[in-house]
Design a protein around this ligand. Structure first.
Ligand SMILES: [Zn+2]
Ligand SMILES: [Zn+2]
Length: 296
C-alpha cells in the first residue's frame, strides 16, 4: 500500500492552519518527500511520520516556500546520527544554490548528501517503483513528479488449488514462469492475474499544462496546485499558478481517479468556493488540509 500525507498545503506564506508545501509518500518501509517548505520536519513529527525513513527528497523548484525546510530537516537528521545517504533532486542548474542552503553555517553533517539535477524522464528507480520528472509551466524551471509502482501479478487461489500447485512450486513458477505439476506443465499466465501498479502525480507550481495531462494519464491520484479561485484567474495567469477549476480540468482530461488540490493561497480561509469550482469539472476533487492522509 502507498500512503500519501499532505504535510503542508499553503502556498507562498504559511497561515495558522496551513504550513508550506510538503508531500510525504510512504512505500515499503521507506519515505519519499516531495518539496520541503519551512516547517516540514515539524509537520512530519506532528503527523506521526518518522523523519529517519526519508530516502530521497524531490524538489519541484527553487522557490523559498518549497525548499527552505531543507536546512532544518538535514540538521535534525545529522543530530539523530543518520548514516544512510540522502539524495535530493532539484531542477538542473539549481544544484549549487541548493547546496548553499545546506552548507551555509558549516554544520556537522556526516551522512552523505547527493544533489542530482533533474531533466524530464525517469530519474530514480527503487525496488518495484520508479520516479519520473516532467516539465511544468511556472516562473522558474519547475518539474512535476510521477511515482509509478511496477505492475505485479496475483495468484488465482482456486485455480492453483485445482491444478495442485503448492509449496515450492510457487517459488518455481514465480522464478521461471512455469512449473511441472504431476508431470504436466503449468505456465504462470494460467494461474495469475495482472495487477496494475499505482500511479501518483504531483504538479506544483504551474499553469495548467499538457505535460501534466500526459504524465497523469489514468493515475490513481493527482495532487495539483490550486492557488486561486476562478475570480483570480488573471492573477493565476500572471503569476503562473492555477485555479481550482483549471486543475480539475487537467484531472478530467487525464482521467485521473482522484484529485487533491494543494498550495492554497493564504487569502482563502474558507475553501468551499475552490471545492465547488473544482467539482463542477471533476467530481472526485478534494481540497487538501495539513495532515490529510490518503491510502492508495
Ligand atoms: Zn509555491
Ligand atoms: Zn513557485
Amino acid at each position: 500500500m502507498i500512503k500519501v500525507t499532505m504535510l503542508g498545503t499553503s502556498g507562498s506564506t504559511p497561515t495558522k492552519d496551513r504550513s508550506l508545501p510538503g508531500v510525504l509518500l510512504a512505500y515499503d518501509g521507506n519515505s519519499y518527500l516531495f518539496d520541503c517548505g519551512e516547517g516540514t520536519q515539524m509537520q512530519m513529527m506532528k503527523f506521526g511520520a518518522n523523519i529517519s525513513r526519508i530516502r530521497c527528497i524531490f524538489l519541484t523548484h527553487l522557490h523559498g516556500d518549497h525548499v527552505i525546510g531543507i536546512a532544518g530537516l538535514l540538521r535534525t537528521l545529522a543530530l539523530n546520527n543518520r548514516e544512510e545517504e540522502l539524495t535530493i533532486f532539484i531542477p538542473r542548474g539549481y544544484e549549487s544554490r541548493l547546496k548553499s542552503l545546506i552548507v551555509f553555517d558549516k554544520a556537522m553533517i556526516k551522512y552523505k548528501i547527493t544533489i542530482k539535477g533533474v531533466r524530464s524522464g525517469e530519474i530514480y528507480k527503487g525496488k518495484n517503483f520508479s520516479v519520473s520528472a516532467f516539465k511544468l509551466d511556472h516562473t522558474v524551471a519547475t518539474f512535476g513528479y510521477v511515482f509509478k509502482e511496477g505492475d505485479r501479478f496475483k495468484f488465482l487461489v482456486d485455480k492453483c488449488k485445482a491444478l495442485g500447485i503448492k509449496d515450492q512450486m510457487f517459488t518455481d513458477i514465480t522464478r521461471n514462469g512455469k512449473t511441472t505439476v504431476n508431470g504436466k506443465l503449468v505456465r504462470l499466465k494460467q494461474v495469475t492475474v495482472a495487477v496494475k501498479g499505482k500511479k501518483i502525480v504531483y504538479a506544483s507550481d504551474t499553469r495548467p499544462c499538457a505535460a501534466t495531462v500526459v504524465a497523469a494519464k489514468d493515475c490513481d491520484l493527482l495532487i495539483h496546485e490550486a492557488n486561486y479561485a476562478k475570480e483570480q484567474e488573471p492573477l493565476a495567469k500572471d503569476r503562473k499558478h492555477s485555479t481550482a477549476q483549471e486543475a480539475a480540468k487537467i484531472a478530467k482530461k487525464a482521467r485521473a481517479k482522484k484529485l487533491v488540490l494543494t498550495h492554497i493561497s493564504a487569502r482563502y480561509r474558507d475553501t468551499s468556493q475552490l471545492l465547488k469550482e473544482a467539482r463542477g469539472e471533476f467530481k472526485n476533487s478534494f481540497v487538501a488540509f495539513d495532515g490529510y492522509a490518503i491510502d492508495i
